[in-house]
Ligand binder design. Structure first.
Ligand SMILES: Cc1ncc(COP(=O)(O)O)c(C=O)c1O
Length: 323
């Protein structure tokens, strides 16, 4: 593949808006596409572009059963003519997560149940075919992260256009690390001073930092950056571990307060990712004095009801994945 393979799925640039009353800015990637938005779209542009360039007809991904990664891969993969399979792993139950899986099934996903995370790699291995392209966990590898190098370049152009002052920090929820990694590399490429605060949403948080920095290094190397630039890109990533709470999928009281503050300015967040990241962004903006804080909105806020297409409730083997 080349670093230019890309299937355009979104509409760019996404707006940057000032949240005056909260003292920060927001990057509206929740609205990156009308079918389904959020941070998977930019990654999938690069991953599906690579799959198409490699002549693959099947996509295979894995994740928590109701993950945004799985629903986005199913929606865009099917729309672009791929067969889509996903190894689905149990997760804490929520209406949001169950609906994600229902939408993925309604769009034609073939699920492969894994009893636990340790069982998932073997399930992936047994479903690999010659014409399969593997979309990694969270879409986070050097290919997927190129989508967020593009995103950082987009911010640089918006700053040059006076959409906001150059951000001192971008605050983004960190799951598998690819979003933060691509942004860090992109800000390095753009010659900006912006640092990236990845807000850990699962345990163990130190592993997330390692994953994100590894993806950043690989992405920067893929782009042919100098050793010094690779090092600087990796060092731009900070991980804030204060907002994990009980761990993946468990709401946090500060996150619930952040959701209310966001609702007050017209933003919809989810408890697992964006509420925790927004809690962090609010704290950083309050802690000041510092430069501009840009919250990266990574959740799709496209309406999901229409995508259910009258799909039934989950069959028992899949309903059991939500505990
Ligand atoms: C809504 C949302 N925000 C943030 C993230 C984290 O992104 P990444 O996996 O690139 O760290 C995810 C990923 O799963 C997500 O679904």
């Amino acid at each position: 593949m080349t670093t230019s393979d890309r299937l355009v799925l979104g509409t760019y640039p996404t707006p940057i808006e000032r949240l005056e009353s909260l003292g920060l800015w927001v990057k509206r990637d929740d609205r990156v596409a009308s079918l389904y938005g959020g941070n998977k779209v930019r990654k999938l542009e690069r991953l599906l572009g690579a799959a198409r360039a490699a002549g693959k007809s099947h996509l295979l991904t894995l994740g928590a059963a109701g993950s945004h990664q799985i629903v986005a891969t199913a929606l865009y993969g099917r729309r672009e003519g791929f067969e889509v399979e996903a190894v689905v792993v149990p997760q804490p139950s929520s209406e949001h997560a169950r609906r994600n899986l229902r939408v993925a099934l309604a769009s034609g996903l073939t699920p492969v149940v894994a009893a636990s995370w340790p069982a998932a790699p073997a399930r992936v291995a047994t479903h690999l075919r010659r014409d399969t392209y593997v979309v990694p966990l969270g879409g986070s590898n050097a290919t997927g992260s190129l989508g967020f190098v593009d995103a950082a370049t987009e911010v640089a152009a918006q700053v040059a256009d006076s959409a906001m002052p150059e951000p001192e920090v971008v605050v983004v929820a960190m799951g598998s690390g690819g979003t933060a990694a691509g942004l860090a590399v992109g800000f390095e490429v753009a010659g900006m001073r912006t640092r990236v605060v990845g807000v850990a949403i699962s345990q163990p948080a130190p592993i997330l930092a390692v994953m994100a920095r590894r993806v950043a290094k690989k992405t920067a190397e893929r782009l042919g950056l100098s050793r010094a630039q690779v090092g600087r890109a990796v060092e731009r990533i900070d991980v804030d571990r204060r907002w994990v709470g009980r761990g993946y999928g468990w709401p946090l009281p500060e996150g619930e307060a952040a959701m209310r503050a966001a609702a007050g300015v017209g933003l919809a967040l989810d408890a697992t990712y964006t509420a925790k990241a927004f809690a962090c962004a609010l704290a950083l903006a309050r802690e000041g004095p510092r430069g501009a804080v840009l919250f990266w909105h990574t959740l799709s806020t496209a309406p999901m009801e229409a995508l259910l297409g009258g799909a039934a409730e989950l069959p028992p083997d899949l309903a059991r994945l939500f505990r």
